[in-house]
Write a protein that binds this ligand. Structure first.
Ligand code: PBG
Length: 326
């Protein structure tokens, strides 16, 4: 039998490989997460995430220059408050760290798209994403505080809010509060499929948000569950989510694929802190080729169906994409 089909024909040179390439990571797809705190002239490295820092507001504005010049269209902001308390008042303080950071960003870079993470865990002294009573995270009383947080971000000038707490009904509560306050045009990107993942470890160091007792398994999803992610996503869409996040990204490509197939709305894959830390650690040891591993990981998220990628690699990726093009 002569071999008529030879798939290798379309792999024989870089030219043809480029021509038949199905997916691309574009700089426009990237969202860069940043951690901001009060104080001056502080740029504190996060030890488990080389290249990632906690910035004071002035240093944050300096760092934004690179982000904007790299062509990255959006940032996702996380705040480290001055002090923490039981109900996370720093999260919805009109002069809280995120509210100040958003105002400052818009003053310096009005066209940069500013997305804010809406959650309480960085602001509560117990480190949970909601209000606590008798060691349990209360759902419904937390909704009001999340809604208040989202509105305060919108008031400061945020372009989009991203609730990451995983309380039931929070997208609806936030939508209603935003609409009531006149922010009908501010979209919600919900962390709809957010799993109780061990991959968030380095983030909790960066944000100082590790739970002081227990874990997040009563609100974040159980990693083995795929169908449950579809239910969570359907609920968030019903409640008014404009876009959804799948988180983490790398071990959850099936979830990205299924949500895209089933719902079709824009999806952001969150390439989380632990995924970043693993690549950085192995690259530092010289065990992997960092650039190739990062770009292969990011394009796998696009192949799975993600439209956008939230990643700490964004600055490097933008540089590598530019080099490829020139
Ligand atoms: C806040 C939040 C977390 C992350 C994003 N928003 C931590 C958590 O849920 O424990 C994790 C991001 C990352 O690991 O990069 N709830």
């Amino acid at each position: 039998m002569p071999m008529i089909r030879r798939p290798r024909r379309l792999r024989s040179s870089e030219a043809i490989r480029r021509m038949v390439r199905e997916h691309h990571v574009r700089t426009e797809d990237l969202i860069y997460p940043m951690f901001i705190m009060f104080g001056e002239k502080k740029k504190i490295p996060v030890s488990s995430m080389p290249g990632v820092y906690n910035y004071s507001l002035d240093e944050y504005i300096v760092a934004l220059k690179d982000v904007v010049e790299a062509g990255i269209p959006a940032v996702l902001l996380f705040g480290l408050p001055e002090s923490k308390d039981e109900t996370g008042t720093g999260a919805y303080d009109p002069h809280g760290i995120i509210q100040e950071a958003v105002r400052l960003t818009k003053k310096h870079y009005p066209d940069l798209y500013v997305i804010t993470d809406v959650c309480l865990c960085e602001y509560t002294d117990h480190g949970h994403c909601g209000v606590i009573q008798d060691g349990r995270v209360l759902n419904d009383p937390t909704l009001k505080l999340l809604a208040q947080t989202a509105v305060s971000h919108a008031e400061a000038g945020a372009d989009m809010v991203a609730p990451s707490d995983m309380m039931d009904g929070r997208v609806g509560a936030i939508r209603e509060a935003l609409d009531e306050a006149g922010y009908t045009d501010i979209p919600i990107m919900s962390y709809a499929a957010k799993f109780a993942s061990a991959f968030y470890g380095p983030f909790r160091e960066a944000a100082g948000s590790a739970p002081q007792f227990g874990d997040r398994r009563t609100y974040q999803m159980d990693p083995p569950n795929g169908n449950e992610a579809m239910i969570e996503t359907a609920l968030d869409i019903q409640e008014g989510a404009d876009m959804i996040i799948v988180k983490p990204a790398l071990a959850y490509g099936d979830i990205t694929y299924r949500t895209k197939e089933q719902f079709g709305l824009p999806i952001a894959a969150y390439n989380v802190s632990g995924e970043y830390a693993m690549v950085k650690a192995a690259a530092e040891k010289g065990w992997i080729d960092e650039k190739r591993v990062v770009m292969e990981s990011l394009v796998s998220m696009k192949r799975a169906g993600a439209d956008l990628i939230i990643t700490y690699h964004a600055l490097d990726a933008a540089r590598w994409i530019k080099e490829e093009q020139s």
